[in-house]
Design a protein around this ligand. Sequence first.
Ligand code: ATP
Ligand code: MG
Length: 373
Amino acid sequence: MPVSPTPLHSAAALAIDARNVGRVYKAKPNPIVALDGIDLTVRPGELFGLLGPNGAGKTTLIKILTTLLLPSSGTASVFGFDVERQTSQIRRIMNIVSGGEQSGYGLLQVREQLWMFSQFYGLGVREGWRRVDELIDLVGLQEQRVQKVSQLSTGQRQKLNFARGLLNDPWIFFLDEPTLGLDVSAARATRELTLAWQAAVPGRTILLTSHYMAEVDEMCDRLAIVDRGRILAIGTPAELKHRVQSESIFRLELDRLDRGVGALARLPGVISAASVAGNDNGADGERNTILVKLVLVDDGALGPVVSALAGLDAHIVSLQKSEPSLEDVFVELVGRGFEDDLTVHQNGTGLRSAGSRPADEESVAEELAGRSR
Ligand SMILES: Nc1ncnc2c1ncn2[C@@H]1O[C@H](COP(=O)(O)OP(=O)(O)OP(=O)(O)O)[C@@H](O)[C@H]1O
Ligand SMILES: [Mg+2]
């Protein structure tokens, strides 16, 4: 039975505590400010999302928190361990899986490869095999147990990466675009695995990055919207959406409304009621329903409207809540769409965005050497 993550440190009330974290990459012609004063706290047990366009700084932040890269300024700790001074403690309690990551050694079989990693994680021979088989079952790779890693499909490879990431039973799991390049069902399997893993033991914490708004919306307890190295907003998905739409909007379909929408607009809690362009459902045009856009002060105002409809002899055919998306929130905050700037962007701060990672001076060396400033 896995042990519940409990802070080893007295100061470790937070799973992540980042204060004014900055990161500047040396690059030509200008240095690149990838992180520009990030303040972020994540509590144990949270599934926290980082949502932002290409080049926003998400991976850079994850690299700092997973001790692969040093911050240029500021401080950060993971379960109370400092990312600069207590790297070995952090490495024991965390793991990371990135979308599109290669899965090690193609010639090895799935089981051999996982066992090899279990030895890297210091698991001991018998414990290693036990854990490998347990995780193969957990991620659903039973049929690929002795298949060569090079022969796995993208989705199967990502399951293998997940199993690898869980070998050391991390307290905190960093998932950097875990569903990148996966088809719908493999992406769903990945999300389900993530949620089930987290739910199995209280306190397990996840930091997830994604471009997929729906994924972040569906999975995350809280999220930060990140752009150009800064956090623009933090909150639950509902809180963030509330920022762009404070009232409740419903789309109501009625079989009839003889007294007109004006009768609805006068009800308490209704800000406005307006009929929306016609709804000819029947091929013969006979069955017409009435569509109404209903703007209420809050969801609670819906009950009286429904009761009033019965009195007006109108029956509800369908009722749909119209919610803003996280994309709407992003546009409101940033003033541009999420995918709008897929071209190289450089401004006065030397920031770039949008998949414009330069052929870079540091990354290869830093991955090999551990990390760099
Ligand atoms: N090793 C590096 N050397 C120089 N610049 C880098 C390096 N890694 C990232 N950058 C730059 O830092 C900025 C942030 O990149 P980062 O990879 O953190 O963004 P991201 O939010 O993860 O983007 P994506 O969604 O495309 O994965 C970008 O402008 C990028 O070009
Ligand atoms: Mg990234």
